[in-house]
Design a protein around this ligand. Structure first.
Ligand SMILES: Nc1ncnc2c1ncn2[C@@H]1O[C@H](COP(=O)(O)OP(=O)(O)OP(=O)(O)O)[C@@H](O)[C@H]1O
Length: 983
């Protein structure tokens, strides 16, 4: 039988060249001088079949199996051996191929082996399994060296049984049993460990269960509380917000009313004061006129007394004198003429005064009209400015333009720490630089300035927890601006069109300057594009350059330009607010000044009107007196004509001196009377003015008082609204803080969560109080205990299940071991019995007579019993096996070996100089006996003995033509003889 068809080796030990050995016969002899590499063939077979012990391969390490070099050939780095087997009768039962090749490769570099079955890579275990299946292992019957033959007889019975174990196929069970026992020990260890753990968990579990139940109740209460309290808080906040808006609207309305009332009061007060001043002037004038009037009256009485005296003197002389009457008529006519003249003069003056006053009145009226028109324009402008300002302030305060994250941070500023404000709140940009700065700073305006990096951490946590958006923070203690060095600054400042460094063109409080330095110190502002390009070159394109109209040159030369559709709203608003505030102030001042002017003009117009009316009255009175005088003069003339028959002309000579005196006095009296009338008129005018002023002042006073009353009530209302607003704000802030602190929620986040509508509010609030009380009563709660309990409990259940599994597997293992023991006993007993049946004959054949048998050293314990040999070579009685000769020992061992082969044939047996100690006759017998097995077993025999060589079907000679390199060739017997003789 041919089982091993071919060996291919390369790099293995002395096979430095690719070597192939084809086996065409069932008994092959390998011959050659010592050290020529014959045994290396056995090693190659063992190694290819997965041998792991380098000692068994006669080396000190696995590296020793690779060709280590010779004087003529360099060492190799890898070894490879392939064995090709005939498997047509399925000796490898698990491999369904007629031919099976097994390859092993070893690489010195990695110290790794690779295995292949029919070219496919496999694991070592796969190789070992099939090797075990065919018995092709080092300890088996398959490879037998001279040493193992002699050991067989000399070894202890317990060691000796190994050969029978293998023959019985028990080795396989033993190996499996060892594995099962190892598993059993492991399982038992695991079981102990599991029991310990289970005990431990069982101790902890009841407490955890209690804690977990308490925590679950707490969670249930807390969830309900959260659900309803968040709803209540959200509703409250909604209400507060609504109220705050309403209050703010009412406040705005009240503010307008208050401001308008204040203006009205101020105007009226000014008018009142103006009137007081003119009343004072009038009073002084009146006192002056009264004094003058008294003087005139005194003068008139004096004159009248003088006249009466003169006339009484004259009437004594000529009382009935007709001439005296004529003279009197003449005097009377003269007096009337003078009076008429005086009256006409007075009238002329009054008419003149009237024209003047009218002109003044017209001028004042048109001036007032003009001023009122201007004032109207100013007021409209003011109203427009105020409404734009309000809209901008409202937009700024509403935070609507900000990013979500920034807005949320600012809204919750009070619950966070260290928030100073956005960059846009802190800076102030001149109008000229607005475009340039807004182009470069862009979203930086919404960066939030905070005190420290630790404050930033709190804010970021807040944003994360509430999913409230992103924001960029500028912590003052963490900013490290990169400043331009002095030398470069000097060059930049000299550049054409350079306007300034970004951080120096914007105003900010000194303590926040680092923010600007951080954002803008590397931005250079220039007047126009050409200068920007030039500056970029000069500075080696290192900095951001921006022109006043917003064109930008970036570091390394990229240019961003064009026109933007929208301005930067934030910066634009801030600047517009500032501008509008200045305009509003100017307009307010103008309006106050003009209002004053209009008020004073109105007072003047009123006075002029009253004066004009007085003048008109005086004119009427003067005209009337003239008419009366003319009438009297006509009567006098008539009387004179009646008495004298002549027309009245000059006076009489004889009465001239008295008459003249009287006429003079009359004239003087008339003059004084006129004066008196004039003064009286002036006094009347002033009195009437005074009365009107008083009336106006009284009137104003009551209006002002009424207005003040109203103002005070409006202010009270405003202050009430203010405190209502503060209260609402506080309530809102408390509710927001409660949301944040108790539930880690922002108002917006709560709004999204809040779906329930609070209907029976009182009941809900009672429920909240109840839940709070219950939660307090629960005391300390370990929330993690729920999860811990669940985990521990599931661990517990898991471990209990695992314990059951292990118990099941222990039982299975024990059963399997029992089965294997049973199987081993049966098989072992069978081989011993079978061998004992053929051993006597084999022994007698090899020894030429005698008897032999094998026995158990401990028949009670078949699994562990040793095997003893009992034999008697022909004519000898052997009590102690050690007394046998070396050749006899080999013969005994070979008898047993051949007996085993008879009852348990194996496909390949390698015999390595096992017959060396035999004499020529025994060698002959040995070789011939082998032949009887060759139909079931293939033999490879390494030998130096001629008897063996002669009986082999074919011979291979191992030589080392090249020093240190084995070469194998098929040879004839004669050549073999020569090769062996070279030994
Ligand atoms: N890794 C290796 N590289 C090169 N040569 C090796 C290597 N391992 C062993 N050898 C050589 O193999 C030879 C031993 O071969 P082997 O034992 O097969 O000889 P042998 O023909 O069986 O001799 P004997 O008849 O004395 O038993 C030695 O010469 C040894 O130097």
């Amino acid at each position: 039988m041919i089982f091993l068809k071919k060996i291919e080796a390369y790099g293995f030990k002395s096979f430095a060249e690719p070597t192939t050995l084809n086996f065409d016969f069932s008994m092959t002899g390998i011959v050659g001088p010592n050290g020529s590499g014959k045994s290396n063939i056995n090693d190659a077979i063992m190694w290819a079949l997965g041998e792991q012990s380098y000692k068994s391969l006669r080396g000190d390490s696995m590296d020793d199996i690779v060709f280590s070099g010779s004087s003529e050939k360099k060492p190799l780095n890898m070894a490879e051996v392939t064995l090709v087997f005939d498997n047509s009768n399925r000796a490898f039962s698990s491999l369904d191929y007629n031919e099976v090749s097994i390859t092993r490769k070893f690489f010195k570099l990695t110290k790794e082996s690779e295995y292949f079955i029919n070219g496919s890579k496999v694991r070592l275990k796969d190789i070992q399994d099939i090797a075990l299946e065919t018995g092709l292992t080092k300890s088996s019957l398959a490879i037998i060296s001279q040493g193992s033959i002699s050991n067989f007889v000399e070894s202890k019975p317990e060691d000796r049984r190994r050969l029978f174990d293998e023959a019985a196929g028990v080795a396989r069970y033993k190996k499996r049993k060892e594995e099962a026992i190892r598993k059993l020990v492991r399982s038992q260890d695991n079981l102990d460990r599991l029991n310990d753990i289970i005990n431990e968990i069982e101790r902890k579990l009841p407490t955890l269960k209690r804690q977990s139940k308490k925590a679950s109740t707490y969670k249930e209460f807390f969830e309900e509380l959260k659900n309803i309290e968040v709803s209540v808080l959200v509703n409250d906040i909604k209400l507060y917000k609504q109220k705050i808006i309403e209050i703010s609207e009412q406040k705005t309305e009240l503010k307008i009313q208050i401001s308008s009332l204040e203006k009205q009061i101020s105007k009226k007060s000014e008018e009142f004061n103006g009137i007081s001043q003119s009343s004072y002037d009038n009073e002084r004038e009146l006192s002056k006129l009264n004094k003058e009037f008294t003087k005139i009256v005194e003068k008139i009485s004096e004159l009248k007394v003088s006249r009466i005296t003169l006339e009484s003197n004259k009437s004594k002389v000529d009382i009935d004198n007709k001439e005296f009457r004529v003279s009197d008529l003449k005097n009377k006519s003269k007096e009337l003429e003078i009076r008429l003249e005086a009256e006409e003069q007075k009238l002329a003056k009054l008419l003149n005064d009237k024209v003047e006053k009218r002109e003044k009145l017209d001028q004042a009226s048109s001036k007032r009209f003009e001023l009122n028109q201007q004032l109207d324009g100013i007021r409209k402008h003011l109203a427009k400015t105020e409404s734009s300002l309000e809209a901008l302030l409202a937009r700024k305060n509403s935070l609507d333009n900000l990013f979500e994250g920034v807005k949320n941070i600012l809204e919750n500023k009070n619950t966070l720490s260290g928030i100073i404000g956005t960059v846009q709140d802190l800076i102030n940009v001149k109008k000229d630089h607005e475009v340039a700065i807004s182009t470069v700073i862009q979203n930086g305006l919404q960066n939030i300035v905070v005190k420290s990096a630790s404050d930033v951490k709190v804010s970021i946590e807040f944003l994360k927890n509430n999913k409230a958006g992103y924001a960029t923070f500028l912590p003052l203690d963490n900013l490290k601006p990169s400043y331009i060095n002095n030398e470069t600054r000097f060059i930049i400042q000299k550049a054409k069109g350079f306007i300034g460094f970004g951080n120096e063109l914007v105003n900010i409080e000194k303590k926040y300057q680092v923010v600007l330095d951080y954002l803008l110190s590397n931005y250079l502002v220039v007047d126009d594009y050409d200068n920007a390009v030039e500056l970029s070159k000069v500075t080696n394109q290192k900095f951001h350059i921006v022109t006043l109209d917003g064109q930008r040159i970036l570091p390394h030369g990229a240019i961003v330009g064009g026109s933007r559709k929208t301005k930067n709203v934030l910066l634009n608003d801030a600047n517009q607010i500032q501008e509008l505030e200045i305009i509003k102030k100017e307009l307010d001042n103008k309006e106050t000044l003009m209002s004053k002017e209009v008020t004073s003009l109105s007072v003047n117009i009123e006075i002029l009107r009253e004066e004009l009316a007085e003048i008109q009255t005086s004119i009427g009175a003067s005209r009337h007196s003239s008419e009366l005088i003319e009438k009297e003069a006509n009567e006098v003339k008539e009387e004179f004509r009646v008495i004298t028959g002549k027309e009245l002309n000059g006076g009489e000579q004889e009465f001239q001196s008295v008459d003249e005196q009287i006429i003079k006095i009359i004239s003087e009296i008339s003059e004084q009377e006129t004066k008196k009338d004039e003064v009286q008129q002036q006094i009347n005018v002033i009195r009437s003015l005074k009365d009107k002023s008083n009336e106006r002042q009284n009137n104003l006073n009551s209006i002002i008082n009424e207005d003040r009353g109203m103002l005070s009530s409006l202010k009270d209302k405003y202050s009430n609204l203010n405190s209502d607003g503060t209260l609402m704000f506080e309530k809102q802030s408390n509710a927001t803080t409660r949301l944040a602190q108790n539930y880690n929620l922002t108002y917006e986040a709560a709004l999204e969560l809040n779906t329930s509508v609070v209907e029976k509010e009182n009941e809900v609030r009672d429920r909240i109080n109840y839940l709070r009380k219950e939660i307090n009563l629960l005391g300390n709660v370990n929330l993690e205990s729920i999860e811990e309990y669940e985990e521990e409990n599931s661990r517990y259940q898991n471990y209990v299940e695992q314990t059951q599994d292990i118990l099941d597997s222990i039982k299975n293992l024990k059963d399997a071991i029992g089965d294997m023991d049973q199987q081993m006993i049966i098989q072992f007993k069978k081989i011993i019995k079978d061998v004992n049946q053929v051993l006597p004959e084999t022994f007698a054949t090899l020894f030429g007579g005698g008897t032999a048998s094998i026995i158990y050293t401990n028949p009670e314990d078949i699994l562990n019993t040793g095997i003893d040999l009992k034999m008697s070579p022909p004519g000898k009685k052997i009590a102690n096996l050690n007394l046998l000769s070396g050749g006899e020992k080999s013969m005994v061992a070979l008898s047993v070996l051949f007996s085993i082969l008879k009852v348990k044939p194996i496909p390949l047996v390698i015999l390595d100089e096992v017959e060396a100690p035999l004499d020529i006759a025994n060698v002959e017998r040995f070789a011939k006996y082998i032949k009887t097995f060759t139909s079931n077993t293939q033999f490879m025999i390494v030998t130096h003995r001629m008897g063996t060589m002669e009986n082999c079907d074919t011979l291979f000679g191992a030589t080392m033509e090249q020093k240190g390199i084995t070469k194998l060739v098929q040879i004839k017997l004669i050549e073999a003889k020569k090769l062996s003789n070279t030994n």
